[in-house]
Design a protein around this ligand. Structure first.
Ligand SMILES: NC(=O)c1ccc[n+]([C@@H]2O[C@H](COP(=O)([O-])OP(=O)(O)OC[C@H]3O[C@@H](n4cnc5c(N)ncnc54)[C@H](O)[C@@H]3O)[C@@H](O)[C@H]2O)c1
Ligand SMILES: O=C[C@H](O)CS(=O)(=O)O
Length: 484
């Protein structure tokens, strides 16, 4: 239910708490599947009208000083922090994750705003040593201009601010198409940005048919950048759609994260790291452990301890105390996890724990452990995006690295070993954008988040994050006096 604090966050002409006509989209509760609200949808004409408004807003916004932009972002940050609880309740309602995780995501989302408020005043250019005495060479940093973002449902707050904050800090405007399953958090964040003084039309939300909205954004020459977070399949499509207008692109795509646990790992540290990486958001994160490779000497002890830890997970409505595993986003997600389990078992894997839809029905799924998994199974090649821990066995370091790298994805990888030399050797050999050593928690606003190969282009957060929204302009100035 949308209570009074949540209703105040959704005070937007494109959000209705009462049923609306056909060109409005119903947003449902992830656990109960009851309608929460309705959001207005945009066709191509409406998208193009929004782009035109964004152009004007951006031109005015880039005239603001970096200090003014930073101050406004800090005001937005503080309001989000003050509203963490209602925002978390709204996020859990539409996405399903347990409230404790939702509170954490709100804090994580806010951290990007604070980070880029700080970065706004550090977009330094350069003065270069000229090769000619009469010339002076300078580099200016200028905003890219009108930007668009298309975001996934699994982190309805953080995937918005990880794009909008650097864009606004750099002097850009942003048009956001949130996932159809979880747009309400985006509207709530926009409400707080407006309360902080964000000028009208600088942050516009475009709900509607993803294909049509996406095509209109990609086709517009006024939109100079697209930042997409989602599946690799859609990322490839958007990349192609942006080619005719040569847009700047940031792509945060799919993953297939390996975890390597060596005989010399600290067993408890490895189990805790696997649990954190695998079961956060019920396994619905791009950096979740998808394949767990365990060296023979520790395999039995780890599989026993992991089974015990998985058995302690609590499935249910994320609003209920003690629940650690909320529902999957929809029945399609349930079917994909089930298909990976069935495929693996048909090819010789052992079902150690769980294995199917939870007795609660809906899209609740039992946290599952498979052992004796091999590279020939679908779970080794595809991103499961659900609460399935798949254990593989290996003998040597070289074999583990080869299996870990045997994928077109390259987002995150993890390894557990107390041997410092091995930490360096394996980290350098893993073909991924991010590597966790003795930890399953690698995400923050300060580090460069992103992947290589089919997991994407560019980085979010960190010093690099704002560069995705800036252009470098080179000035070459002849300072010789006339007639000299
Ligand atoms: N790398 C990361 O940081 C990161 C973060 C979250 C999710 N993901 C990936 O996203 C996937 C799961 O999220 P998802 O199911 O929302 O992904 P998805 O690709 O199906 O959808 C993502 C967004 O794209 C939109 N979309 C879908 N088809 C489109 C089209 N033809 N044109 C324009 N927009 C379109 C959706 O409406 C949604 O807003 C997983 O693969 C996961 O790994 C990656
Ligand atoms: O799912 C993708 C998110 O980027 C995960 S994280 O919260 O940034 O680790």
């Amino acid at each position: 239910m949308i209570n009074a604090p949540l209703k105040a966050l959704l005070d937007h002409p494109d959000v209705s708490l009462t049923p609306q006509s056909s060109n409005w989209l119903a947003v449902t509760d992830a656990a109960t599947r009851e309608p929460l609200a309705w959001v207005k949808t945009h066709d191509a004409t409406a998208v193009n009208a929004a782009i035109a408004r964004s152009v004007g807003a951006q031109r005015r916004w880039q005239q603001q000083t970096a200090t003014a932009r930073a101050d406004l972002l800090m005001g937005w940050y503080q309001r989000i922090q003050q509203q963490q609880e209602p925002l978390a309740q709204l996020l859990t309602a539409e996405q399903g994750k347990p409230l404790a995780e939702a509170r954490g995501e709100i804090g994580y989302a806010a951290s990007f705003i604070r980070w880029f408020a700080e970065q706004a005043r550090r977009t330094d250019g350069a003065i270069l040593p000229s090769p000619l005495p009469q010339q002076r060479l300078l580099v200016l940093k200028q905003p890219v201009g009108v930007c668009a973002a298309i975001t996934p449902w699994n982190f309805p707050a953080a995937m918005i601010t990880r794009k909008v904050a650097p864009a606004l800090a750099a002097g850009c405007s942003m048009l956001v198409k949130p996932a159809e399953q979880t747009p309400l958090t985006t509207f709530a964040l926009a409400t707080l940005a407006a309360e902080a003084g964000l000028p009208a039309d600088l942050l516009l939300i475009l709900c509607g048919d993803a294909v049509n909205v996406g095509q209109a954004l990609c086709a517009s020459d006024s939109v100079r950048k697209l930042s997409f977070t989602g599946s690799t399949e859609v990322g490839r499509l958007l990349m192609a759609q942006c080619a005719p207008t040569v847009k700047k692109l940031s792509l945060e795509l799919g993953g297939n994260a390996p975890v390597l646990v060596f005989d010399d790992a600290d067993l408890e540290q490895a189990v805790q790291g696997i649990m954190l990486s695998k079961f956060r958001n019920s396994g619905q994160t791009c950096v979740c452990a998808n394949r767990i490779y365990v060296q023979s000497g520790i395999y039995q002890a780890l599989s026993e301890r992991l089974a015990q830890a998985i058995g302690e997970l609590q499935v249910g409505d994320g609003r209920q105390p003690g629940v650690t595993q909320g529902p999957l986003i929809d029945d399609t997600a349930v079917a994909k996890v089930q298909s990976h389990i069935d495929d693996a078992c048909s090819k010789g894997a052992t079902l150690r724990l769980g294995g199917g839809r939870d007795a609660r029905g809906g899209s609740f799924f039992q946290p599952t452990l498979l052992t004796h998994v091999t590279q020939q199974m679908r779970v080794a090649r595809e991103e499961t995006f659900g609460p399935l821990a798949a254990l593989f066995r290996f003998e040597s370091e070289a074999e583990a690295i080869a299996m870990a790298n045997d994928t077109e994805f390259g987002l995150a990888a993890y390894l557990f070993t107390q041997n410092a030399s091995r930490q360096w050797r394996v980290s350098e050999a893993l073909e991924y954008g991010m590597v966790g050593v003795n930890t399953g928690q690698i995400s923050n606003e300060i580090a460069p988040f992103g992947g290589i190969k089919h997991s994407g282009l560019g980085r979010e957060g960190s010093q690099a994050g704002i560069d995705e929204y800036l252009e470098s302009k080179y000035l070459c100035m002849d300072i010789s006096s006339p007639g000299a």
